[in-house]
Design a binder for this molecule. Sequence first.
Ligand SMILES: [Zn+2]
Length: 115
Amino acid sequence: MHELAITKEVIRIIREEAEKNSISSVKYVSLELGGLTTYKKESLLYFFNILKKDEEALQEAVLKIIEVGGKVRCKECGAVGTVEDPILPLCKACDSSDIEITQGKDLRLRDLRGN
Ligand SMILES: [Zn+2]
């Protein structure tokens, strides 16, 4: 159920962005969902569609979620690679767990359109 909390947060950010850009009616929102987060795309869409009903500016908003894969750089051997396991990402070259996640660990607003 933690998607409910994050969806509320997303809506708060959308509201702020819309205000900043003088958008009173949001038509389209796209979010980047990192493959290393534990959020489920379907749940985010589900909660968004429920919560938007209480938001005047979001009545016509369509949400698109773009999934981006996880990318890591190994601190041990310097290898750059992709990672699918969000719980314990390991370097594919040397199996080290001392890696830095460079992409895919968060959920962010990519685009917001409206009038
Ligand atoms: Zn490595």
